[in-house]
Design a protein around this ligand. Sequence first.
Ligand SMILES: [Zn+2]
Length: 86
Amino acid sequence: MNPLIQRLTESDALRTDKNTPLPILVEQRPVDYYVCPHCKQEIFEKHTFVEEGVERHAECKGAIKWPPTDWSKIDPQWRKLLGGPA
Ligand SMILES: [Zn+2]
């Protein structure tokens, strides 16, 4: 087959494929999560409270402090808003 005709045919096939519903792919990525240094359980969002200026894990009441923010992972447009470096 003429290479040009072959390319045209292929792109036509690709266009047709875009109209065919296909199952969405499920992929995994590693995600950081926080573990309480006292009870070793995962610290879920909003499962902490502050008492007399000390933040504590809601489940075990252990006093905790968050690791320093890695600003390099934060989009520059959010840094200033969040009180980080420019
Ligand atoms: Zn805990």
